[in-house]
Ligand binder design. Structure first.
Ligand code: SF4
Length: 454
């Protein structure tokens, strides 16, 4: 991920430069924003170019394939920079750092600093130690042992989001679900929800600084509950914020997706008509071994319930292909589910064994070639569905939040619809942050073309 920061030009003469390389989910992007905010206080400015950085941080993710190998190979590529500039500090944060700890220092001698997901606010102190010549590992968990679901650790969520047109707010952290393929409950700890008043305060501040869209983040965002406020009530409160145009959230767990939330998406003006609802597999036996706590039928019923209320809702999902023991028949059930549900977008991945998760030891681990074939088949199917969905949107009137100038044509603007479709508004002089009503006039493979109606 490339962090966009706008810093005063003068600062370049006095500040140190940091480059952060972020892997993984939006939670990690959010953590990167928080690191950046902490480091700004230490007079660091952001650079896209790791060659000119005084500090490089690799913010790691261990959810997807071969995460450690990727991190170690990136660290290997960074080593020559350290050899050329011994003052360069290299840090590793995020889930792999949490899991691997000192092993990273032992294996990658160019690394000065390893810190866990709860320790990023201690970066200034850790950097001071590194400047004193020490190599640091700091991965202790801070709220992890609390089993009370609504325990609210103030330190865990500080008001440090990077303000922007689209801003993110973490409302829960950790997860209690223990899906058999996922390391998150181990690396990020059990679920804790943040105080509603803190979330509101941060949301109001972000909107005052120019945010038009807020995305609420959590591993299982819809199980939020704190101070007598549940997720729906939180949406109701956020919906009242003056100047906030759009609210999104990711990712809700299907087992906690209820009629009240569907009603909120339908009725709350600023909550976008878009739901990312991870399905993971279309076979009940695979879902059972994944420990997902729902059946395909239950998932289908929830999708139908939402579509009955809100026919235009866009639904995206995550799917894992090649889970241990996934037979041809199981995979066909996933294909059938995708054909039936017709998602607007799919994030599909090949199963990759994560050390420390139960599924690593499951029988029936599949060949890479089988996983690749299944993934390709699923992606080809989804490509067709998206092309058809794009065609159905021809002539529709949509609202687009303008996010920037379209890079390939400076006379055009790019943005997203409320359903999260990328839209290019042709020949438009709209400003960033404008909400523009458009008519869809064309389709491309990954985006829609439109003309402004204003
Ligand atoms: S719900 Fe499952 S996949 Fe999602 S973070 Fe929790 S354990 Fe991981």
């Amino acid at each position: 991920m490339v962090l966009q920061t706008q810093e005063p030009i003068l600062a370049a003469y006095t500040s140190k430069k940091v480059n952060i390389q972020t892997f993984g989910c939006q939670m990690n992007e959010y953590d990167t924003d928080k690191m950046m905010e902490v480091l700004r206080q230490e007079n660091y400015i952001y650079t896209d170019d790791c060659k000119e950085a005084d500090l490089i941080i690799v913010n790691t993710c261990s959810v997807r394939e071969k995460a450690e190998q990727k991190v170690y190979s990136l660290l290997g590529r960074l080593r020559p920079l350290k050899e050329r500039n011994p003052d360069l500090i290299i840090g590793v944060g995020g889930c792999v750092a949490q899991q691997e700890g000192t092993r990273i220092l032992n294996r990658a001698h160019s690394v000065d600093l390893v810190f866990g997901t709860d320790n990023l606010f201690d970066l200034p102190g850790m950097l001071e130690e590194v400047h004193r010549g020490n190599r640091i590992v700091q991965t202790e968990r801070k709220a992890h042992k609390q089993k009370v679901r609504n325990f609210i650790p103030d330190f865990a969520f500080e008001n440090t989001s990077k303000p922007g047109l689209k801003s993110y707010i973490a409302i829960t952290k950790g997860c209690n679900n223990f899906c058999s393929f996922c390391i998150v409950p181990t690396t990020r700890g059990l679920e804790v929800s943040r105080k509603p008043e803190n979330i509101m305060e941060e949301a109001v501040a972000l909107v005052a600084q120019g945010a038009k869209e807020l995305c609420l983040l959590g591993q299982n965002v819809n199980s939020y509950k704190a101070g007598g406020v549940d997720f729906v009530e939180l949406l109701v409160r956020l919906n009242e914020i003056e100047g906030l145009e759009r609210i999104r959230f990711t990712s809700p767990h299907p087992k906690d997706f209820h009629e009240q939330l569907a009603e909120a998406i339908e009725n709350l003006e600023h909550v976008c008509e878009h739901l990312h609802l991870p399905l993971q597999a279309g076979s009940d036996s695979v879902l059972d071994r994944m420990k997902r706590n729902y059946t395909l039928q239950e998932y289908l019923e929830k999708v139908e319930m939402l579509r009955r209320r809100l026919p235009q809702v866009a639904i995206s999902t995550d799917i894992i292909v090649g889970f241990p023991g996934e037979s041809d028949v199981d995979f066909e059930r996933t294909v059938k589910a995708v054909e039936t549900i017709r998602f607007d977008q799919i994030y599909a991945f090949k199963y990759s064994p994560r050390p420390g998760t139960p599924a690593v030891d499951y029988d029936g681990q599949l060949e890479e070639s089988v996983k690749s074939d299944r993934l390709n088949r699923l992606l080809a199917l989804q490509e067709k569905i998206v092309a058809q969905k794009h065609q159905q949107l021809m002539g529709e009137v949509l609202e687009v939040l303008v996010e920037g100038t379209y890079p390939r044509d400076i006379r055009s603007r790019s943005g997203r619809s409320r359903g999260h479709y990328p839209v290019v508004i042709l020949n438009s002089d709209a400003n960033i942050g404008d909400l523009v009503t458009v008519r869809i006039t064309g389709t491309k493979k990954y985006s829609l073309e439109a003309l402004s109606l204003q």
